[in-house]
Design a protein around this ligand. Structure first.
Ligand SMILES: NC(=O)c1ccc[n+]([C@@H]2O[C@H](COP(=O)([O-])OP(=O)(O)OC[C@H]3O[C@@H](n4cnc5c(N)ncnc54)[C@H](OP(=O)(O)O)[C@@H]3O)[C@@H](O)[C@H]2O)c1
Length: 292
């Protein structure tokens, strides 16, 4: 398939490499053009501009946030004006439900198709082609995009004909991960101030009732205070919690834990932690306890 890929950050670079390895003809674009180099060496073609990258059967976007995606789609020479009729915009970024709805309507108005396909998994998982894809959109478009999802992920969950549903699932998932980071941080602060070895404590947790990958991955990062380099940056975690709260606002769903997490992220941002990994939220409880 002739595929465009816009946004080669931590996640996009790995996903684009997997598409190339699967044999797709890939045209790439990134705002900071130097980031395209490793993929050009693997056989991708550098787009002249966003419009050029948009002239394909399917175009992935994997951008930081709503503003970045709006710039790419609606800006001068943007994707909306150049994606061919019938072609598919596959939006893998974690964006708001509201923007997903707007994109669904605007692409449909021009005879283009929009599929929301946010992903679970960190950059190393993306590089290994082992992401979990949560896809929603018209069934024929999802079917056409199937081989692309297979290239970037280990499993695709098709959940709805309405793209917005996939964005809601992704946001709720990130809310749960952030909740785990906070609660792990509190539990680790408690036991370690009480003199228990953090490594041994995590071994007990993760080999018994808490054997899920999320406890293993984040427990280890928090216990070792390994917050740099960021796999998923605090700034993006803060963005996601705000989007969770906006979705709750829209649907009239109070989310008390999400409010607490928003303050945790603000705490890190206020102290210069923007570029740290979001697992740094898990260090705040120890700080509150005077344990560091
Ligand atoms: N990292 C993770 O673990 C993870 C996991 C699942 C989902 N996600 C989601 O995936 C998306 C990408 O995450 P990431 O970790 O890859 O982020 P990242 O490394 O910060 O990359 C962000 C990408 O967006 C581009 N960008 C930012 N602002 C832009 C703008 N105004 N106009 C055009 N391009 C812009 C960046 O271009 P430049 O190179 O020019 O800065 C870069 O290509 C986010 O929505 C994130 O929430 C991340």
């Amino acid at each position: 398939m002739k595929v465009g890929f816009i946004g080669l950050g931590r996640m996009g670079a790995g996903m684009a490499a997997r598409l190339l390895e699967a044999g797709h003809e890939l045209t790439i674009y990134n705002r900071t053009r130097s980031r395209e180099q490793p993929l050009l060496a693997k056989g991708a073609r550098a787009a002249v501009d966003i419009a050029d990258a948009s002239r394909a059967d399917a175009v992935f976007t994997m951008l930081a946030d709503d503003i970045a995606l709006e710039n790419v789609v609606y800006g001068d020479g943007g994707m909306l004006a150049h994606l061919p009729s019938g072609a598919i915009h596959i939006s893998a970024s974690t964006i708001s439900v509201a923007l997903s709805e707007r994109l669904t309507a605007d692409h449909a108005g021009l005879g283009q198709r929009f599929v929301a396909a946010p992903v679970f998994g960190r950059p190393e998982v993306a590089a290994a082609g082992r992401l979990f894809v949560v896809a929603a959109g018209a069934s024929d478009a999802i079917e056409r995009a199937g081989p692309l999802f297979e290239a970037v992920g280990q499993r695709t969950f098709v959940i709805s004909e309405e793209p917005r549903a996939a964005n809601l699932v992704k946001l709720s998932g990130n809310f749960l991960i952030a909740s785990v980071i906070e609660s792990l941080g509190e539990a680790l602060a408690l036991v370690s101030k009480g003199g228990v070895d953090k490594g041994q404590y995590l071994e007990i947790l993760t080999s018994t009732l808490f054997s899920a990958p999320v406890y293993k991955t984040y427990g280890d990062l928090i216990a070792r205070e390994k917050f740099e380099p960021a796999g998923f940056a605090v700034a993006l975690g803060h963005k996601d919690i705000r989007l969770v709260l906006a979705a709750g606002e829209e649907l009239r769903v109070p989310l008390p834990l999400a409010n607490l997490l928003r303050d945790r992220f603000l705490n890190l941002l206020a102290h210069g932690g923007e570029a740290l990994d979001w697992s740094a939220v898990g260090a705040l409880a120890a700080r509150d306890a005077g344990a560091v």
